[in-house]
Design a protein around this ligand. Structure first.
Ligand SMILES: [Fe+2]
Ligand SMILES: [Fe+2]
Length: 178
C-alpha cells in the first residue's frame, strides 16, 4: 500500500460527512431550524477526524517530509495553498461552533450564521480534497523513493494509533474542568 492510500480513504469518509451535512442543510431550508446536537457532531467530526487526524498526518508528516525536498515552484505553491486551506477550515469551524453556541442560547438569528458556515464548509472541502487526490498527491510521490514512501506510511499508522487516546484524554480533561 502506498502512503497516500490511507489519506485518500479518509477523504472518502470526509466526503460522506459532507453529503450528510448537505442533506441536513436542504432540510433546514424547509424547517427553519437545526438540531444543535447535529452541529456539535459535525464540529467534532471536522475537528477530531478531518483536522486533527487527517490534516495532522498531511501537515506533520507528508508536508514536513516534502518540506525537506527540492520541490518545484508549482508543487511548493500548491502545498502552501493546501496549508492555507487547512487554516481556513479551522477558522470556519471555529465560527460554526461559536454560531452554534449562540443558536443554542435561544438566539434564533444565529441560525443564518450556522447554515452559512456549514455551506462554506461543504463548498470548500470537496475542492480541497480533489486538489490533493488529483494534483498534489500524485505530484509529491515523485519526490520519494519507495522506502521513503513506506517509512511515511509507518509514521501515519503510528500517528493514528495515538488519536483515540488523545481524543478521550481531552474529553475527560474538559469534563473535569466543568
Ligand atoms: Fe488537506
Ligand atoms: Fe486531505
Amino acid at each position: 500500500m502506498q502512503a497516500r492510500a490511507p489519506l485518500m480513504i479518509e477523504h472518502r469518509l470526509i466526503e460522506r460527512m459532507i453529503y450528510v451535512i448537505d442533506r441536513k442543510l436542504k432540510l433546514v431550508e424547509l424547517t427553519k431550524e437545526i438540531d444543535s446536537l447535529f452541529v456539535d457532531l459535525a464540529v467534532d467530526f471536522i475537528r477530531t477526524y478531518a483536522d486533527r487526524t487527517h490534516h495532522g498526518k498531511e501537515e506533520d508528516i507528508l508536508f514536513r517530509t516534502l518540506g525537506n525536498k527540492n520541490l518545484s515552484n508549482i508543487d511548493r505553491q500548491v502545498m502552501n495553498e493546501l496549508i492555507e486551506e487547512h487554516a481556513l477550515g479551522r477558522k470556519i469551524t471555529k465560527a460554526l461552533a461559536d454560531a452554534n453556541l449562540q443558536y443554542r442560547n435561544d438566539n434564533d438569528s444565529a441560525l443564518a450564521a450556522v447554515t452559512a458556515q456549514l455551506h462554506t464548509l461543504i463548498e470548500f472541502y470537496p475542492k480541497h480534497i480533489e486538489k490533493e487526490d488529483k494534483i498534489f498527491f500524485p505530484a509529491s510521490r515523485a519526490y520519494m523513493t519507495d522506502e521513503e514512501d513506506q517509512a511515511m506510511l509507518a509514521e501515519f499508522m503510528d500517528f493514528d494509533r495515538k488519536m483515540i487516546h488523545e481524543k478521550y484524554n481531552a474529553v475527560v480533561r474538559s469534563l473535569e474542568q466543568e
